[in-house]
Design a protein around this ligand. Structure first.
Ligand SMILES: [Zn+2]
Ligand SMILES: [Zn+2]
Length: 389
């Protein structure tokens, strides 16, 4: 079958690879009908994620049709149309039982690698390095889905793929970011980063009762999308000072809730030297640690900082003193996708949101390398690409 494979920095290829097979009785094989490129795929693309190997099949936002199930699978059968979450979760461990699916204790066969880097291992993720499971990803014609009774959500309605595909990651991720921000009535919420996750965080903040949402980015079409679909006020940080503007908008109190939907690209799980990190940071005009620092500075006293953006290693110069003295609450984590699948599918089916607003580009697997490049360069107005194998 054809798949997108990783070969190093800025080197994604379309290659012929073996079709996946059932390995465990709880597996299912899904024929992919649509699969998206995610902002966090760019960490792989830019060579920032350790423990990638040449030829790894990437991608973690897939959906399709079940073609085969293992003997233990009870909830799915061939022919079912499913969206597959990026988090691989066993459904039976202590963490899964608390709905903390992205912290599953059983789904990372390479847990020891992650333990060495982080102290404990989070869940395995589809198509996202060997340290996080070594699972083949979903930018391919077929995908093996482990724990098939726990992950995929069945789509019974006849909605288009692009309306439900983003249940795999970015809609739940934006929604959990807004939930983690502990939004109350009359709150002003500031969202750094108007990529796909930021767009869903903005709309979710409004669903959860925010009074105002302020969207911060430097790419005009992303700010326009936030204003048009998310009803957000916008700040272009290349033209305005973010702190000054936020203080002006909030009567000098600062936004009640701050969401960092940018994340990092600068660091790599302690595998990069401090000197390298300093060099990398010096090269970046608005580096990723900068967003975290700015959000802490801007947030109102006693406010909440929610971080859905993916960080991979250490972040230099986090103003922990400001965080402590201003009594901020920080909430973060990879998304517990399985927790959100049913309620958010219901919101889509009820017409509360049509997630397809975020799609700017569509192509086939063959277009994958070109789409990665466009997305990485923020060229051609690219905000979200989907590939249809
Ligand atoms: Zn993603
Ligand atoms: Zn588990």
């Amino acid at each position: 079958m054809e798949a997108l494979t990783w070969h190093g920095e800025k080197d994604v290829r379309v290659e012929e690879v073996p079709e996946p097979e059932i390995i465990n009785p709880s597996d299912a094989i899904v024929e992919i009908t649509a699969t998206a490129i995610c902002g966090s795929d760019l960490h792989l693309y830019n060579g920032k994620m350790p423990s990638m190997r040449e030829g790894d099949v990437i991608g973690h936002e897939p959906m399709g049709v079940v073609v085969e199930t293992g003997d233990d699978v009870e909830t799915l059968e061939a022919g079912d149309r499913v969206v597959v979450p990026f988090t691989v979760s066993c459904g039976a461990c202590w963490f899964c039982n608390q709905d903390l699916y992205s912290l599953c204790d059983n789904s990372n066969p390479n847990a020891e690698l992650a333990r060495q880097a982080m102290g404990q291992s989070p869940a395995g993720l589809l198509g996202y390095s060997h340290m996080l499971g070594g699972y083949a990803g979903g930018q391919a014609e077929y995908l093996r889905v482990p724990y098939a009774d726990v992950g995929p959500v069945k789509v019974n309605s006849d909605m288009d793929d692009e309306e439900v595909l983003f249940l795999s990651d970015i809609f739940p991720t934006g929604y959990m970011a807004a939930e983690n921000a502990d939004i109350e009535a009359n709150d002003t919420v500031a969202v750094w980063g108007c990529g796909p996750v930021g767009q869903f965080a903005i709309q979710s903040a409004e669903m959860l009762g925010a009074d105002r949402v302020v969207a911060i980015d430097r790419v005009e079409e992303r700010l326009e999308m936030a204003a048009e679909y998310g009803d957000a006020e916008t700040i272009n940080f290349e033209h305005e000072d973010v702190y000054d503007r936020l203080m002006e908008l909030t009567g000098d109190r600062g936004p009640d809730r701050c969401i960092d939907a940018v994340g990092t690209e600068a660091h790599g799980m302690g595998l990069t030297s401090t000197a390298d990190r300093v060099k990398q940071q010096a090269k970046m005009a608005h580096d990723r640690g900068y967003v975290l620092r700015e959000a802490i500075k801007c947030c109102r006293k006693g406010g909440t900082l929610s971080v859905p953006g993916v960080y991979l290693g250490d972040v230099d110069s986090v103003p922990f003193g400001a965080l402590m003295n201003k009594s901020l609450t920080v909430k973060t984590g990879q998304t517990h996708v399985q927790r959100y699948l049913d309620p958010l599918l219901e919101k889509i089916e009820d017409g509360d949101i049509d997630p397809s607003f975020v799609v700017t580009h569509e192509g086939s697997l063959q277009d994958g390398p070109d789409m990665y490049q466009k997305f990485n360069d923020k060229a051609d107005g690219c905000i979200k690409s989907i590939l249809k194998p």
